[in-house]
Structure formats: C-alpha cells, structure tokens
Design a protein around this ligand. Structure first.
Ligand SMILES: C[S@@+](CC[C@H](N)C(=O)[O-])C[C@H]1O[C@@H](n2cnc3c(N)ncnc32)[C@H](O)[C@@H]1O
Length: 271
C-alpha cells in the first residue's frame, strides 16, 4: 500500500473516525486513555511560536496550539476529508490555522528553510514510506533551537498488541518486519471500513534516524495508560483522547505496555 492508498483510506474513514473518537480541543493528546500534554509537559511553550503539525487529521492538536497562543499554526495532512473536518472545527473554535493538503514525505518544495519553531506529529509518521526524508526535511525547516516532537505507536505495542488483545501468542508481530503492515479499520459490527499500510520502526531506526538528521534527542517518554479506577474517578474528563464507545481492551492493554512512544528533539546547529 502506498501513501496514496492511505490517503484514499483516510478519506473513506474520516467521517466515522471523527464521529467515534473524542479528541480534546483544550489539550494535546498523546494517544488513547493516556496522559496528555497537561500531564507530561513536553512542549517548551507554544506562545509566540510558528508551529507546524504533520498529519494534523481533524485539526484538534493544531487548534489547541492556536488557543495556547502560537504566533502561527500550519496543519498539514494528506487527506482532503480530514482537512475539511479540520477547517470546520477551526472556524467553529474561532482560531486561525493554515491547512495544507500534502504528503508529509514531500516537504522539500513546500516550506523554506528555518520556517518553524515547533514541529509536532502525533500518530501519523508511521504511515510514510521514507521516514528519514521526513526527519531530514523537518530538520531543515526548523529554526535553530526549534523543537521536533513525534509521538508514534510504541514498538512494543505493535509487536504485542494483537497477541495481548486476543490472548494468542501466535499473533506476535515481528519486530524485524521491514515491510508495511496492512491492517483494516473495522466498525462496531466488524465490517471493514478501510485498509491502511503502516511501516513500524524499530527503536534503532527512530533514534539513529533522528541523530543522522542532526537532531539532539532530549527526552523519551513511554506513558502508562490510566487504569479503570483513575478513569472512573476523573469521569474521563481528564482524557484528551478516547472512544465514544469506551474500549475496555485498550484500557487493559495500556496497563501492560505503553501505547505511545514520544520523542522530543532539538535542532542545535553547530556553527
Ligand atoms: C491517526 S490520524 C492522527 C491525526 C492527528 N495527528 C491526531 O492525533 O488527532 C493520522 C493522520 O495522518 C494522516 N496521514 C497519513 N499519511 C500521511 C502522509 N503521508 N502525509 C500527511 N499526512 C498523512 C492521515 O490522513 C490522518 O489524518
């Protein structure tokens, strides 16, 4: 499956996805049923900064950055349907965001060098074919001292997810698989809505890839999901991302292994 196939699939899924998930417009999420920016405090200030979100989907994170006082926010996504949703949401929330429909693998002609102070991407980068290209281009378009924050599916999660979900250890996914994993998004009646291709990366590929682009890795976070009791007590109000129909399997698996891997990097130019 190519990036173009993923685009078609996200166009197909968008209405269902946005209806089924509850994504905060007041906080930056880092995955379902798990601590968010308000808990983790990973962004070193947004106020007055030029921000770019890669794979902005329905625009929720971009909207939060705008509300938190960013000087400018650009939300980039490959799917027209996702961006249409994002545009509607941004105008309802009365914030000004520039949305661009673009494959994040092709940033070379879209932005000038040193255009942004912050680039963030949450659960979107694993869809691309050439992640190194995204890292290199992000480095180029960041200003010196700029922050690059990526949040992706944790490697241990893609290896064990299905096995833990189904209590079937024949379903362990190879950590060394270098091809794209093709998976289906199903509705509540297990009917396929769309197929996606994601290429999961090993730690060494992510870390070495970022280092090779020139980034200084400052912080790695592997958030543990909230347990049922914490969720009950907060009545889900503290959550920045969850499903309209609460997903008990997610909550259970998130207690055993982290859903997300968050890496915060810095562009430090050596003069
Ligand atoms: C799971 S959604 C996450 C959206 C948003 N970051 C959030 O956390 O709510 C993944 C998004 O990545 C976008 N995407 C997938 N491949 C892409 C690519 N090659 N370039 C840009 N966006 C892409 C999809 O269209 C989709 O909107």
């Amino acid at each position: 499956m190519s990036n173009e196939d993923n685009r078609i699939s996200w166009d197909k899924l968008s209405d269902y996805y946005q209806a089924q998930t509850i994504i905060s417009l007041e906080d930056v999420h880092y995955g379902p049923y798990a601590p968010s920016e308000k808990h983790l405090k990973l962004l070193d200030g947004v106020k007055g900064k030029d921000c770019l979100e890669l794979g902005c989907g329905g625009g929720q994170i971009s909207i939060v950055l705008a509300k938190w006082g960013a000087k400018s926010v650009t939300g980039l996504d490959i799917s027209e349907k996702q961006l249409l949703y994002a545009q509607g949401l941004a105008s309802r929330e009365n914030v000004n965001i520039k949305f661009i429909r673009q494959d994040m693998e092709n940033l070379s002609t879209t932005f000038l060098d040193e255009s942004f102070d912050l680039i963030i991407s949450v659960h979107a980068i694993s869809y691309v074919e050439d992640i190194q290209k995204v890292f290199n281009e992000s480095f180029r378009i960041l200003r010196n001292n700029g922050q690059f924050l990526i949040c992706i599916l944790h490697p241990i999660q893609f290896v064990l997810w299905e096995a833990l979900e189904e209590y079937n250890f024949e379903k362990i996914y190879s950590y060394f698989n270098e091809s794209r994993d093709i998976w289906n998004w199903e509705d509540e009646n297990q009917q396929k809505i769309a197929s996606f291709g994601q290429r999961y990366r090993r730690f060494e590929e992510l870390i070495n890839g970022l280092i090779n682009s020139g980034f200084l890795i400052e912080r790695i976070v592997e958030p543990k999901g909230f347990n049922r009791e914490q969720l009950r007590q907060s009545n889900f109000k503290e959550l920045a991302y969850y499903d309209r129909k609460i997903n008990e399997k997610f909550i259970r698996v998130n207690q055993i292994i982290p859903f997300s891997l968050i890496i915060s990097c810095r562009k430090k130019k050596v003069f």
